[in-house]
Design a protein around this ligand. Structure first.
Ligand SMILES: [Mg+2]
Length: 229
């Protein structure tokens, strides 16, 4: 059995800045300011980490930010429902073919491991034409501020759901940023990096993923890599 945990932005889909737009809206609604969002690098960070950094920068206390995170997620999702269908959101190259090939494959549990909040993740996938229901396990930014805590949570969820004993050696994280590779390392799981997001293959290589792809278009090779013992 293999547990495959896919990142969303830059790995499964390109969201064309729509995520940033929902965050700006939600922060304005909840805190009255988006803080220094324009200069902030969101790549690979969880939603609560981003909110914490931006709102701490304008002097709001960590306790207040934490207390209001659920409201932020609600507003992000509400805005996402409005704008995502009108943005050019689409799957990354090779993703529809890869998911179709993996979906009914024996011994594969498909999952998500993303910095997105739990409410936003399925909206983004749907807007890009990917059915979120096929991912049986989900671990989200709203589960932990620190992305490196997400693999353990994901494995626990998969074990509860399937009754199977997943651990580091039969779990794979597929992501497009150095943060995905570091998070896989923290969870002692296999790291598969793909340069379909904002980071070049040369940059990702510096973080020494177990496997590195320019994109996931070679379905057969990708599947062999993901399911390798
Ligand atoms: Mg990503």
């Amino acid at each position: 059995m293999k547990l495959l945990l896919f990142d969303i932005d830059g790995t499964l889909i390109r969201s064309q800045g729509a995520g940033r737009e929902t965050l700006a809206y939600a922060l304005e609604e909840v805190f009255g300011t988006a803080g220094p969002l324009a200069d902030y690098h969101m790549s690979g960070k969880t939603d609560p980490r981003i909110v914490m950094d931006l709102m701490t920068a304008v002097g709001i206390s960590a306790d207040e930010i934490t207390a209001r995170l659920p409201q932020v997620y609600e507003h992000m999702a509400a805005r996402g429902r409005e704008i995502f269908p009108h943005r050019e959101m689409h799957p990354c190259p090779g993703i529809p073919e890869l998911l179709a090939a993996l979906h009914h494959r024996e011994g594969v549990v498909l999952g998500l491991l993303t910095g997105n909040a739990h409410l936003t993740a399925p909206l983004k996938l749907s807007a890009a034409g990917i059915d979120p229901v096929q991912f049986k396990v989900g671990v989200y930014g709203s589960d932990a501020l620190d992305r490196n805590q997400l693999p353990t949570i994901g494995i626990e969820r998969a074990n509860q759901l399937t009754g199977y004993e997943f651990s580091g050696y039969n779990t794979v994280i597929i992501g497009d940023t150095p943060a995905d590779i570091l998070c896989a390392r923290a969870g002692k799981v296999t790291a598969v990096a793909v340069a379909s997001g904002w980071h070049s293959a040369a940059t990702l290589a510096k973080y020494q993923p177990d496997h590195l792809f320019e994109n996931l278009t070679d379905t057969q090779t990708v599947i062999e890599t993901l399911l390798a013992k």
